[in-house]
Design a protein around this ligand. Sequence first.
Ligand code: BDR
Ligand code: CA
Length: 312
Amino acid sequence: MLKMILDLDTGIDDGMALAYAIGSKEIELIGVTGTFGNVYTEDGVQNVLNILNMCDANHVPVYAGESHAMNQSSFDRLEVSARIHGENGVGQVSIETSPRQKEEGSAIDFLIESIKKYKKDLVIVATGPMTNLTLALKKAPEIKEMMGRVVIMGGALTVPGNASPYTEANISQDPEAAKYLFESGVDVTMVGLDVTQRSLLTNAHTQSWRETGSVAGKTYADMVDYYISQHFDTNGCYLHDPSAVINAVHPEFFTVLPMHMTVVTEGEAVGRTIGDPYKLRDANPNVKVCIGVNSPELVNHLHKTLMSLFKK
Ligand code: BDR
Ligand code: CA
């Protein structure tokens, strides 16, 4: 079993990534850390607690992380996130409030302790801004040498962004954090819009979740139907965050191009993920950039895993 921590800004597709991790027989979910992005950190953390409770996974500890980007003092939620994910982050669907509270400690300390404990056996999947992870690396630089893979959902190499023509939302909300992570020497895989927008879930999938008759199946069907309704250019919804968590377990579904990646932190294109022109001739590229995906296989695998969770 692959030990995993999820760093989420929950968010409907973060919620799908979480359900996949709970339902997967290949993942041991060590904990969840919450960040800002689709919602404010405290609301995202509450969504995680509620989802874990609904899916009988109350053994998974949940920690709150940063509430804003590294070089800002507060967080302004993007209007587009409120529309796509609903005001409450889960498509205006009401999920029973968990009786459980988040853990006392900070997400950053939890990340540091877990990396020291599990070392290369732990994979961290970040599907919001990379602030928590980067602050952990800055606070305890010795973990860089110890840690295993990091998979992020973020960025775009070959397609336009979704937060601006240049930028993808997770990177654009804390470009300095993403840049630091990319240049840290850690083993990073970038699952960007190049691949996440190629895989779609449709109302036919959500209808079969609903037909399981379980509370989780019905709730997820309502959440994802809302998400689908906010995609005006397709008949389904993009699989951003689920693609990242699936990459951690099934890298064979993806085509990867190792590159020297950096992030633009100034000017009009701030937040853009781009090749580092100063490193062109250097050996050992720093980021494994996903450029292709076997979408039918990924969608089928995700659907099967979620069905097995919802049927319980
Ligand atoms: C990313 O931004 C958020 O809206 C989604 O949850 C995903 O992590 C896509 O750009
Ligand atoms: Ca997300």
